[in-house]
Design a protein around this ligand. Sequence first.
Ligand code: FAD
Ligand code: DHB
Length: 391
Amino acid sequence: MRTQVGIVGAGPAGLLLSHLLHLDGIDSVLIESRSRQEIEATIRAGVLEHGTVELLKKTGVGSRMQREGFVHEGVYLRFGGRTHRIDFKALTGGRAIMVYAQHEVIKDLVAARLAAGGKILFEVKDAAVYDLDTPAPKVRFHHGGKVEELECDFIAGCDGFHGITRPSIPSRMRHEFTRVYPFGWFGILVEAPPSTDELIYAAHERGFALVSTRSPQIQRLYLQCDPDDEVKNWPEHRIWEELHARLESADGWKLAEGRIFQKSVIAMRSFVLEPMRYGRLFLAGDAAHIVPPTGAKGLNLAAADVRVLSQALVSFYKNQKEQLLKDYSATALRRVWRAEHFSWWMTSMLHRFHDETPFHHRLQLAELDYVVASRAKAQTLAENYVGLPLD
Ligand code: FAD
Ligand code: DHB
């Protein structure tokens, strides 16, 4: 098998890259270790930045998102029993975010690729990448009981944090930056009406809580938990007790309860690989970097990476220019580090740390107070949350 760009991993990064390349007439083959059903059912992120929304719309894969997603023009910060609104629209010159689940984006992209005759191989096993520092890199894998070899001009490593492409880069060529947080998130999906018109980020003595949504019938809620926590430690009465306590509000606001039908524990880390390239292997999305979920940046960074990468590949094939490919890592990393900083800042400001002193806690409260009192500080939060311009 031969293609121009071999893509490992059909997450948001791999699927969107394949879609963007196709729009510019560049051929790709996408290989994915899981089944189509699995990737379309995995519950993850929910917030799309302004730029991600515009990119999906502009490239013809935004129509269901526009019908079924929810435009939010602000978020609430709740602390000390009081609720404060950060008005994105007023603070960013009219920008907003879209609440639309990651697995719905995946469904839309898979449907678009298949409708356009795109090649996605699901349930491949034992993928490995070779000859990365030659002009003909290869991907080898098992598929349908056979060993296949895919010869490419370039390989895109879009296989997430636990994938095989990043470890295929010689360790002496990898500079990795990591921070592991001393807590995780316990996430649930609930059959209940919305309790709020916009997301609530709550900082409380008992820990962080977040109220998000998926539809008029389904709500998404998160609680700060122990990093090694397990779903079995969270019986329903404990979940509701913590949520009610952490979301308490002086204004009589009430959280609607309902049937919990999905529970999971999410680890929290910051991670960056530099550079995001080795020879003809280019990494994008979680394969190259991880952010803690507090800023809702993971999926959006994956989209921003592949936009830069697709433009560089288009320039290579259409104009025989390699400069944008040479610049890819540095260009992508500028945005990555901005998002790393924002996600670390939101995480640090809103969570309880097991080793924090009363002094540190007072500093957190002073910072929150400043965010809601100062237009400059609120604007910092707003412009990062809706996402800095893609260009
Ligand atoms: P992924 O979505 O991880 O996709 C990688 C794909 O590669 C997967 O489909 C995987 O099966 C495939 N793959 C892996 N190894 C191989 C292999 N060897 N061969 C072939 N295919 C392979 N972000 C937020 O902003 N908010 C959230 O609430 C949030 N929740 C999250 C919850 C969890 C449990 C996780 C893991 C992440 C969460 N994130 C969240 C982060 C966000 O979902 C990711 O940043 C986003 O999925 C990154 O997209 P990606 O395409 O780079 O990687
Ligand atoms: C959601 C996830 C996040 O990480 C976040 O900051 C906001 C919302 C969500 O899943 O809806």
